[in-house]
Design a protein. Structure first.
Length: 416
């Protein structure tokens, strides 16, 4: 089955075409055929397209909305220019899988999209006002462009965390607010945490129920998750992705009273406070330079920039704090920590700085394995005799979305 995977953001669409079936999944040999991205939808869009094994194509074109973006993608996929052998007409695309950010309490697994499901995703808009409408635009565009007969599946970023107990997902707020408005921790990056748990299980030859790890997705957005017996039982992102770890531009945990204080001191309204916390904080806010970890590391090395170092140190300390909290919460029954995301996959130095001091809970990094692990490599990066181990698994959310789509369409049980 050739599956189009769509990830619609507020002004962008990322896509992949993945060929998969149950046999290919069993052999772990499903294949990506193409990928790409359209950014700045609504004006002159920047477009990157790449068929597997071919060079990247860069374009710019006026793209007015998500429908036009998906139309552009579909035309390119079936064109002679893309050269994708397996897809020559729209009928060679057999299903579409969508990354949907928020499934609220309604969706705990991936589902085939019908009118009721669309209504359900609409009901979650309040919880993700920027993200869910974009996902819905993508679903409607596909109905319009490919017709109702092509099956579509929604894969939710929150779903993997739906196994958290109430003691993990409730905030210390009056309980009626949870009942009335469903204010609680939902967690995000769920498909990524699920993917690394799945790869970990495969690579360490474990059963799902034997997976006891702390997952660290460290990219521009960052989250930690505690995975016990193969299920998410706690995670650092909360009601929104703002909570938890320090991120590129998000603050992570802050004392909520600071907002009222800032309102009085600087006259900031809710919109301005939201921008401050989500767009002007984190690595960017502390360094005053950039949200990009690579650039911060360069500033530190080349110019000994004090605030770059401060931002990096706060970032690493916060990750360490969550590792400690989850390790204790799991009663020490954690076999490994697993890094993923742009920073987690590619930066030996940040992994080393995070793990400094974790020898107190039995983690000894293997320096040469750590240094050698970047740019897409999977590896164990702790020593053979380390009591607590560490791994790097590059995330692949699109692959899980394609597999979920196939399984839902074929009504086959999901193994993870
Ligand atoms: P993501 O959101 O997963 O794409 O991750 C983006 C983040 O990964 C940015 O902060 C990048 O600077 C960071 N990143 C990517 N490659 C490296 C690297 N080699 N060293 C440090 N950070 C990196």
């Amino acid at each position: 089955m050739n599956i189009l995977v769509l990830n619609c953001g507020s002004s962008s669409v990322k896509f992949q075409v993945i060929a998969t079936d149950l046999e290919l999944i069993a052999q772990n040999s499903d294949k990506r055929l193409a990928r790409g991205m359209l950014e700045r939808i609504g004006s002159q869009a920047l477009i990157t397209l790449q068929a597997e094994g071919s060079a990247k194509i860069k374009r710019a074109a006026p793209i007015k909305d998500h429908r036009a973006a998906i139309d552009f993608i579909l035309r390119w996929i079936i064109s002679a220019e893309s050269g994708i052998d397996a897809v020559n007409s729209l009928s060679d695309l057999h299903a579409v899988g969508h990354r949907i950010v928020h499934g609220g309490e309604k969706f705990s697994k991936s589902v085939r999209i019908d009118l009721d499901i669309i209504t359900g995703i609409e009901d979650c808009i309040e919880l993700a006002p920027l993200h869910n409408p974009a996902g819905l635009r993508g679903i409607r565009a596909v109905i319009d462009l490919l017709g109702m007969a092509v099956p579509q599946v929604a894969v939710f970023d929150t779903a993997f965390h739906s196994t958290m107990p109430d003691t993990a997902y409730l905030y210390g707020l009056p309980y009626p607010l949870y009942r009335r408005y469903k204010i609680r921790r939902y967690g995000f990056h769920g498909t990524s945490h699920r993917y690394i748990a799945y790869r970990y299980r495969q690579q360490t030859s474990r059963e799902k129920g034997d997976v006891n790890i702390i997952g660290l997705h460290l990219g521009n957005g960052c989250s930690a998750s505690l995975i016990k017996n193969g299920e998410s039982v706690d995670t650092s992102m909360g009601f929104t992705p703002l909570d938890g770890l320090l991120m590129g531009t998000r603050s992570g945990d802050v004392d909520a009273s600071i907002l009222e204080y800032l309102h009085h001191k600087e006259g900031l309204d809710f919109g301005a406070l939201d921008t401050l916390l989500n767009k002007r904080s984190g690595l960017l806010g502390i360094s005053g330079l950039t949200n990009d970890m690579r650039e911060l590391l360069e500033e530190e090395a080349e110019n000994q920039d004090r605030r770059a170092t401060l931002a990096i140190d706060i970032f690493c300390r916060r990750v360490r704090k969550y590792i400690g909290a989850y390790y204790v919460e799991a009663g020490g029954k954690i076999d490994d920590i697993v890094f993923t995301g742009g920073i987690g996959e590619n930066s030996p130095v940040i992994r080393e700085r995070i793990c400094r001091g974790l020898d107190s809970i039995g983690l000894t990094l293997d320096d040469s394995a750590n240094q050698a692990t970047h740019t897409g490599r999977e590896n164990k990066i702790s020593t053979a005799d380390s009591k607590l181990g560490a791994y790097v698994f590059p995330t692949n959310e699109e692959l899980l979305i394609a597999r979920d789509t196939l399984r839902v369409v074929e009504d086959a049980p999901r193994r993870w």
